[in-house]
Design a protein around this ligand. Structure first.
Ligand code: ADE
Length: 232
C-alpha cells in the first residue's frame, strides 16, 4: 500500500509514523509513506494557501487552486482521496478494514476553518472525522487513521493473530479488563478465576466483564449490542 499526506505540516504526519510498528512496516516494504507540503503547489508570490470566507465569517479557508493542483498531481487511477475534517463521517474500525484493501490512500489534511467546498465536490471521495471534537489541524487526525489502517496490513504486526482475532470480535463490545503478574500488587489481587486455569470459567468471566465495561463506559455501543443480540 502507498499512503500520501497533503498538509501544511508534513512533519506532524511523518513523525508519529517513524517509530515502532509503523517504522518496521515501512522498512519491510508493507507500506510506503510520503508527506507533501501544500505550499509547494501555491503558485502565488507569497506561497499563500488560505483566504477569507466568501459571504463573511471568522477564520480562513484553504484555497482551491493549490489543493486542485496538488491532488490532481498526487492521485492515480486507484487512489482513495480522504479529507480529514470534523464535518466528516466518524471513523470506525470497519472503515479501517475497508481502507486496508485499497492500493493508495491520499489524506488531504484540513487547516484553519477547512477547505473550499469545490475541493470536496470535485476531488474528495470520503470526508472523515476521528471524533466529535476539533483539532488544530487534520494531519493529526490523518495519522490516527493511517495507523489504524497500516496495523491491519498483512505482516505489519509481529504477531499476525492479534489483528485477525480482533476482526472476529463483536464490534459493539469493549474488551474485558486484563491483568499481568504479579498476582498481588499493593494488596490488589488479580481475580482468582484468571489464576484458576479453568478455561471455560475464564471465558465466561471475560464475556461478563466485557459486557459490564461496555455498559459503564459506552452506553451507545451497549444499546447497539442489545439490539443485535436481544440481550438486556
Ligand atoms: N480536523 C480538526 N478536527 C478534526 C477531527 N475531529 N477529525 C478529523 N479532522 C479534523
Amino acid at each position: 500500500m502507498r499512503i500520501d499526506f497533503l498538509t501544511l505540516f508534513p512533519e506532524i504526519a511523518l513523525a508519529p509514523l517513524s517509530e515502532s510498528i509503523m517504522k518496521r512496516a515501512q522498512a519491510a516494504g508493507i507500506v510506503e509513506i510520503h508527506a507533501h507540503n501544500l505550499r509547494d503547489w501555491a503558485a502565488n508570490k507569497h506561497r499563500k494557501t488560505d483566504d477569507t470566507l466568501c459571504g463573511g465569517g471568522p477564520g480562513m479557508l484553504l484555497k482551491p487552486e493549490p489543493l486542485f493542483a496538488a491532488i490532481e498531481e498526487l492521485r492515480g487511477a486507484d487512489t482513495k482521496v480522504i479529507l480529514l475534517t470534523p464535518q466528516g463521517t466518524v471513523f470506525r474500525q470497519q472503515m479501517a478494514r475497508d481502507f486496508a484493501n485499497e492500493k493508495h490512500l491520499l489524506f488531504v489534511c484540513g487547516h484553519y476553518e477547512g477547505v473550499d467546498h469545490r475541493v470536496i465536490e470535485e476531488l474528495v471521495d470520503v470526508e472523515l472525522s476521528i471524533g466529535d471534537y476539533v483539532l488544530t489541524n487534520g494531519a493529526i487526525a490523518a495519522v490516527v487513521v493511517a495507523d489504524a489502517v497500516v496495523r491491519l496490513l498483512p505482516g505489519a504486526l509481529g504477531d499476525e493473530m492479534s489483528s485477525v482475532e480482533e476482526s472476529f470480535r463483536d464490534a459493539n463490545l469493549l474488551e474485558a479488563p486484563a491483568y499481568t503478574k504479579p498476582a498481588e500488587f499493593r494488596g490488589l489481587r488479580v481475580p482468582d478465576v484468571l489464576l484458576s486455569g479453568h478455561h471455560e470459567k475464564i471465558q465466561r468471566w471475560h464475556k461478563e466483564q466485557a459486557r459490564l465495561r461496555t455498559q459503564k463506559n459506552r452506553p451507545d455501543l451497549w444499546a447497539k449490542f442489545c439490539k443485535e443480540h436481544d440481550a438486556d
